[in-house]
Design a binder for this molecule. Structure first.
Ligand SMILES: *Cc1c(COP(=O)(O)O)cnc(C)c1O
Length: 426
């Protein structure tokens, strides 16, 4: 399976039906699984045998999707979760406990920022935020003896800032800790964080991976590359008393991290994905490669048009040759970044609001990465309590429109934008 190309893996990885079995991976809507004897079931509980016994810890539908995403990222294992937030939380909690510290790029999704800045701090895990353009020396200066991981987002939502993954990975490894990367926006079709030194990847599968806006979900993928045996991670290298003294690195080898995420964190926190959602996610994944190609080509068409239009004050899209991030984009995402473009409409908050109200095909939603083109004006919605000055400081100017370019015909998308710009200018 590993030899297939990405677009083939999207369709075939994770499921190979036997004689007389369903062609499509079915929804196994069952909490529990039958065994002939207590002894057989006991072996599962003792982690001596592989098998399903309770859906919180594993489900055949979820398993198909987990294997598919692990194959797409090139990892040794994956675990899907009930949301992207749950994936980010568990990816850190798996190796950090109260009293530990982490370093994170400041260019991350707002929900992740709140999770680190407020909730995890209240749980006793402190985060130092650093610039996404930090040098290795700056990153190392932010490390403390109790720093247990480094976190970054490949292509940040919504700023589209690209993290220099190799620099982040080098600094993390020099300190003996893993780099965790949120790869939601580029997806494994456009970026392979493991190839640049990342050790763990997380996603909100709610976005492009699903692509149809029908389920909220997340995933954690383990590269299997990090050496946990350096004395900093006793939770992986010393006996877990809550699991009959299992030592994860001995028992699970390269898959120690992801095995612990499941047997320990999923067992105790229970943020598992529903099998129905896994089924819907799997349908989305089947067309991921095709959709990403179209999202990217449509977004580039839109970005080029916006750049040439006198009613537009600025455009941010890393695939534009004029983008200051173009070199980083080409290095980490040579096949394209994603479908999200942000731009400013001349005339500030008022013109931007008028533009939004005039869109006919594009829907106004907070969601991104849907196959339908959608738009958001943060100054009049998510950030409406802020003044123009505060917005500018937060990097979300009052004229900013975030356009998530869909996979409709590019001419129809352009025509909708053109007519809305026309109305906004009058
Ligand atoms: C949406 C998003 C999340 C959070 O995911 P949910 O599925 O909404 O919980 C995390 N990271 C990124 C980059 C996102 O876009």
């Amino acid at each position: 399976m590993q030899d297939y190309k990405q677009d083939t893996l999207c369709i075939h990885a994770g499921y190979k039906p036997g004689n007389g079995q369903p062609r499509v991976a079915p929804i196994v809507q069952s909490t529990t699984y039958v065994y002939e004897s207590s002894k057989e079931m006991g072996a599962l509980f003792d982690l001596e045998e592989d098998g399903f016994f309770y859906t919180r810890l594993g489900n055949p539908t979820n398993d198909v999707v987990e294997k598919k995403i692990a194959a797409l990222e090139g990892g040794v294992g994956a675990m899907i979760t009930s949301s992207g937030q749950a994936a980010s939380l568990m990816s850190v909690l798996n190796i950090c406990t109260a009293g530990d510290h982490m370093v994170s790029s400041s260019a991350i999704y707002g929900g992740t920022f709140n999770l680190f800045y407020k909730t995890m701090k209240e749980m006793g895990i402190e985060t130092t935020f650093v610039s996404p353009t930090s040098t290795k020396e700056e990153l190392l200066a932010a490390m403390r003896p109790n720093t247990k991981c480094v976190f970054a987002e490949t292509l940040a939502n919504p700023s589209l800032v690209i993290a220099d993954l190799e620099v982040f990975a080098q600094a993390a490894h020099e300190h003996g800790v893993p780099l965790i990367v949120d790869n939601t926006f580029p997806t494994p079709i456009n970026c392979h964080p493991f190839q640049f030194g990342a050790d763990i990847v997380v996603h909100s599968t709610t976005k492009y991976m699903d692509g149809h806006a029908v389920q909220v979900g997340g995933v954690i993928v383990d590269s299997g590359n990090f050496n946990w045996d350096n004395g900093k991670f006793p939770m992986l290298t010393e006996p877990d008393e809550s699991y009959h003294g299992v030592v994860y690195t001995q028992h699970f080898g390269k898959a120690a991290y992801i095995a612990k995420a499941r047997t320990h964190l999923m067992r105790d926190l229970g943020a598992q994905a529903a099998p129905m959602n896994a089924f819907l996610l799997n349908l989305g994944l089947e067309t991921l490669a095709l959709r990403m190609e179209r999202h990217c080509s449509n977004a580039l068409t839109v970005a080029k048009f916006l750049e040439s239009d006198p009613r537009v004050s600025w455009v941010n899209y890393p695939d534009l040759e004029s983008s200051p991030q173009h070199d980083l984009a080409k290095k980490y995402m040579p096949g394209g970044t994603c479908g999200v473009v942000s731009f400013g409409v001349k005339g500030g908050r008022e013109a931007a609001t008028k533009f939004m109200d005039s869109l006919e095909m594009a829907s106004v939603v907070t969601h991104v990465a849907d196959l339908r083109t959608c738009a958001l004006h943060p100054a009049s919605t998510t950030h409406r309590q802020m003044t123009d000055e505060q917005l500018q400081e937060a990097g979300v100017p009052a004229d900013l429109i975030r356009l998530s370019v869909g996979i409709e015909n590019p001419e129809d998308i352009l025509n909708d934008i053109k007519q809305a710009l026309e109305k906004a200018a009058n």
